[in-house]
Design a protein around this ligand. Structure first.
Ligand SMILES: Cc1ncc(COP(=O)(O)O)c(C=O)c1O
Length: 328
């Protein structure tokens, strides 16, 4: 036999034979499998017979710790619970408060700006599709150093293409499941087109969402529109930007803000287009399908919303969860 045998004794040394520079950003992981926290990336593993791995049977959510406080923890937690409920996935029975696990992990990770990825999986049990083979669900929480997009994208704007990948039916689009193949293919097609971002269309040809972003369109009529959440994931950032846009309506900077169907043609003629998401906040689109949007550079409404969102993320005490850094 040519392939060597891996044992408990040589397992870690064999892992060290290859460099994994991306692991430098992995700050910590909690697993309900071992009910503990590790900061060693070599230990950040999930069992291959967890149905999460071989069937994508699990749900997740991603939240952000900004300057030492977790932004919108409750909203993310509620969406995670909704996603889990939609696929009849219960949290592990004797599991305590997930918020406490998250806060502990952030403290152990030690970085005030990080992304918190929470996964609830069907758990190990078999290699079948049968969820009843799994005696207990599991929770994994991974903490990754936050590295935002390059500032140039925010200053110059990004280009967007229409995706050819069929989007998920609303039932699946509403669940943040670990089955992200269409989203992966959308990202792949965007990167191959030299664009980084693509947006999917629904069956009737209206804008839906990006690979991991919602989209907002300030049309020529001065109304800011977002595709309704019945066809997309209910983005927590998009929802907040929608709410914050009310301020711009009051100040008569925009006429109104609505959830509505948006055709690509409407977007081509828009004054401004932007994407929203937890890790990118709000990102201006200056080209869509090779047509310039508005003046071809990030517009004033984008700037206003971007400032309002950042203020919210750093100062809105109602939406920020404190971490007791002193106790570290
Ligand atoms: C498919 C999809 N749409 C939209 C979003 C944006 O949602 P949020 O603002 O809650 O990050 C995400 C986030 O990852 C996503 O995966």
């Amino acid at each position: 036999m040519k392939i060597r045998k891996i044992t408990r004794e040589n397992f870690f040394s064999s892992l060290k034979e290859k460099e994994r520079p991306w692991q430098e950003d992995y700050l910590g992981m909690y697993s309900s499998q071992w009910n503990g926290i590790t900061t060693d990336p070599d230990l950040m593993m999930v069992p291959i017979d967890d149905h999460l791995v071989h069937r994508g049977d699990g749900v997740f959510d991603v939240m952000r710790c900004v300057r030492g406080k977790i932004y919108q923890l409750e909203a993310h937690f509620q969406r995670l619970s909704r996603s889990a409920k939609s696929i009849s996935l219960n949290f592990p029975p004797d599991f305590g408060d997930i918020r406490e696990v998250i806060k502990d992990l952030v403290l152990v990770g030690g970085e005030r700006d990080c992304l918190i990825r929470v996964i609830v999986s069907r758990g190990p049990g078999s290699f079948s599709t049968n969820p009843f083979d799994c005696p207990s669900s599991q929770i994994y929480v991974v903490l990754v150093r936050f590295k935002g997009l390059s500032e140039a994208y925010y200053q110059e704007g990004i280009s967007l293409i229409t995706s050819d990948i069929p989007i998920k039916k609303s039932f699946f689009a509403n669940i943040k499941s670990c089955n992200y193949l269409p989203n992966v293919l959308m990202k792949k097609e965007a990167v191959e087109a030299g664009s980084l971002f693509s947006v999917g269309l629904d069956e009737e040809g209206f804008l839906a969402e990006g690979s991991t972003e919602n989209i907002g369109v300030l049309a020529a009529d001065g109304i800011l529109r977002f595709p309704g959440f019945e066809r997309t994931l209910s983005g927590i950032t998009a929802k907040r930007v929608f709410e914050l846009s009310g301020e711009l309506v009051k100040q008569r900077i925009i006429k109104d803000v609505r959830f509505a169907r948006i055709s690509p043609d409407k977007a081509y003629e828009a004054k401004e287009v932007f994407l929203t998401g937890t890790s990118l906040n709000i990102l201006p689109v200056v080209r869509y399908d090779d047509r310039p949007i508005g003046s071809g550079s990030p517009g004033p409404v984008y700037s206003r919303l971007s400032s309002l969102l950042w203020e919210d993320m750093t100062q809105n005490q109602e939406l920020l969860t404190e971490i007791d850094w002193e106790s570290k």
